[in-house]
Design a protein around this ligand. Structure first.
Ligand code: NAP
Length: 297
């Protein structure tokens, strides 16, 4: 039987990922809580489901790209959720960023109902989602992984089978340590550069060519310098990921002062009402700090 793909969660990442699945020629059905986001798909004659249940009924592989564990719980086990539409051979894939513990719990509950589960978080940003160049880290049964792999290949360039369920999320959290601290490094570097009166175009030239270069510098620095704080990757989502990292590190007695401090900065950013902006909005916190410093000078 050919693969029929259901996609739940057409946000910043989910919409372009689902679009790449459609472009690759897979039969697709989509669902989004806010229906207006399904319009670009309806215009292409992609069927739009009225519930996660309907998505499951009409698919062999259901991909979820929602926000956090409670959202996945609702989509899977809530009223008109995926499990209500279960049938033999159904595979559920969570591509949002969650904790390995939640993945293992969802896996256990789904397996009891005869549903296979893979955790398959991604990295590469909104740019990677649009261009189909994501890195996808997959945890779970190898046979299920092999079945879903052609769909992953429609969305990503590097597809890694990480191991058992939860191991995809573990790789993702490790990745987020580097993404988060790189974002902090960029913000502190630019704050110092501005305050010290450095030529910003030369700062940009140096950072984008030397050892300080990174995907964060390439994707986010131009946005900061042009005053573009739209997400990309929402600050509240990075806060979620950092919280999962700190929880895991605490359980394992791993000291992570850098990430712990960064989590507090993102707590502050969310408290200021900036959680829906991109992670690069962290610079606004630093702008406020240096503004008050100017008043003291
Ligand atoms: P987003 O733009 O906020 O989209 C979230 C999506 O989840 C929306 O479609 C939203 O529906 C849906 N959703 C949330 N809660 C729901 C619920 N309880 N029931 C039903 N639908 C729900 O987020 P995103 O940037 O695409 O990120 C999605 C996931 O990927 C997150 O876990 C994030 O950490 C991870 N991620 C993001 C990036 C990035 O660069 N953005 C990169 C890698 C990984 P509505 O439209 O109705 O709100």
């Amino acid at each position: 039987m050919s693969i029929r793909v259901g996609f739940i969660g057409l946000g910043t990442m989910g919409a372009p990922m689902a679009m790449n699945i459609h472009r690759a020629g897979f039969p697709l059905i989509v669902y989004n809580r806010t229906r207006s986001k399904t319009e670009p798909f309806a215009r292409l004659n992609v069927p739009v489901a009225s519930s996660p249940r309907e998505v499951a009924e009409r698919s062999s592989v259901v991909i979820c790209m929602v926000t956090d564990a409670p959202d996945l719980e609702q989509v899977l086990f809530g009223k008109n959720g995926v499990v209500e539409g279960r049938h033999e051979g159904l595979i559920v894939v969570d591509m949002s960023t969650n904790s390995p513990d939640y993945s293992m719990e969802f896996h256990r509950r789904l397996m009891e109902l005869g549903i296979e589960f893979l955790d398959a978080p991604v990295t590469g940003g909104d740019k990677g989602a649009r261009e189909g160049t994501l890195t996808i880290m997959v945890g779970g049964n190898r046979e299920a992984f092999e079945k879903v792999k052609p769909i992953f290949e429609a969305m990503g360039k590097v597809i890694i089978h990480a191991g058992d369920v939860g191991s995809g999320q573990l790789l993702k959290l490790i990745n987020q340590v580097v993404v988060g601290l790189n974002t902090l490094a960029m913000v502190e570097a630019l704050t110092l550069a501005k305050r010290a009166g450095a030529d910003i175009s030369k700062v940009q030239q140096v950072l984008m060519s030397g050892m300080g270069n990174s995907e964060v510098i390439r994707q986010l620095m131009p946005r900061v310098l042009s005053g573009d704080f739209k997400p990309g990757f929402k600050a509240s989502h990075l806060r979620k990921d950092l919280k999962y990292v700190v929880d895991l590190a605490t359980r394992l007695n791993v000291p992570m002062p850098g990430v712990s401090m960064l989590l507090q900065l993102y707590n502050a950013l969310v408290a200021l009402g900036l959680g829906e902006e991109g992670t690069q909005a962290l610079i606004k916190l630093y702008d406020n700090l240096t503004k008050s410093q100017r008043n003291v000078d």
